[in-house]
Unconditional design. Structure first.
Ligand SMILES: Nc1nc2c(c(=O)[nH]1)N[C@@H](CN(C=O)c1ccc(C(=O)N[C@@H](CCC(=O)O)C(=O)O)cc1)CN2
Ligand SMILES: NCC(=O)N[C@@H]1O[C@H](COP(=O)([O-])[O-])[C@@H](O)[C@H]1O
Length: 220
């Protein structure tokens, strides 16, 4: 009887947690190819993040790491990593975690952090991406899963999905359309990583040893 290895995920979030819920529904406590996937903790920088309630509903350990009274980014990050290190995760999944992480934090988890970002990177790094795409008159938008590096939203892109922008779109309407694609691609990227098929080597994302298109997306 083959032994089943448990792959542990810690999720970081700041808000609603629909990506967390999607990962809970599709991956949490599932076993595939002799590996068991478990979300061992959900951590947030916001005490009122509904994602913490979703973790509680699923019986997953959860905690708010609040920045109140903490003066520096590095100090906060040290607290966050102290919490994470209790779990020794195989992968840190950022799912709407709205804090920029310091180099000191990133260096502790090289190639072990994924983020989902609501744009077709390298376009629209940062925040407010949907409105920026609408304001720019773009005909399409989308979402990227990428490795997390010190430089914001610049780590190697793993997978992207595109959606059309319609003339009557509001940022909220466009965000809804993008979110549907997020829920499709994030579990794929997570499964690829935990099964050992996906890695980050020399700032490139490799899937089954093949270099994925460096930041940006395959030509139309
Ligand atoms: N070092 C890195 N940190 C983070 C990355 C990254 O790639 N490298 N990804 C982001 C996620 N993110 C977009 O995908 C993002 C999150 C937060 C911000 C931002 O401007 N945050 C402000 C505070 C905003 C707020 O509190 O509302 C800040 O931290 O000063 C931009 C992009 C996660 N971190
Ligand atoms: N810069 C990071 C960023 O903006 N991430 C975005 O936050 C939302 C979280 O939604 P959720 O809480 O419902 O998963 C998602 O749309 C994700 O792409």
């Amino acid at each position: 009887m083959a032994t089943v290895a448990t792959k542990k995920i810690v999720v970081l979030l700041s808000g609603n947690g629909s990506n967390l819920q999607n990962i809970i529904d599709k991956l949490h406590n599932t076993t595939l190819n002799n590996q068991h996937i478990e979300i061992v903790a959900v951590l947030s920088n916001k005490a009122d993040a509904y994602g913490l309630q979703r973790a509680q509903n699923a019986g997953i350990k959860h905690k708010a790491i609040i920045s109140k009274g903490i003066s520096s980014r590095e100090q906060y990050d040290a607290l966050l990593s102290q919490e994470i290190d209790q779990y020794q995760p195989d992968l840190i999944v950022m799912a709407g975690f709205m804090r920029i992480l310091s180099a000191q934090f990133i260096d502790k988890y090289p190639g072990k952090m994924l983020n989902i970002h609501p744009s077709l990177l390298p376009k629209y790094q940062g925040t407010n991406t949907h409105q920026r795409a609408i304001d720019a008159g773009d005909s399409e938008h989308g979402v990227s899963v990428h490795f997390v590096t010190e430089e914001l939203d610049s780590g190697a892109t793993v997978i992207q999905a595109k959606v059309p922008i319609f003339s009557e779109d509001s940022a909220e309407k466009l965000a809804e359309r993008v979110l549907t694609q997020e829920h499709l691609i994030y579990p794929l990227a997570i499964q690829w990583f935990l099964s050992g098929r996906l890695s980050m080597v020399n700032s490139h994302a490799l899937l089954d040893g093949l270099i994925l298109p460096a930041n940006g997306y395959a030509a139309d």
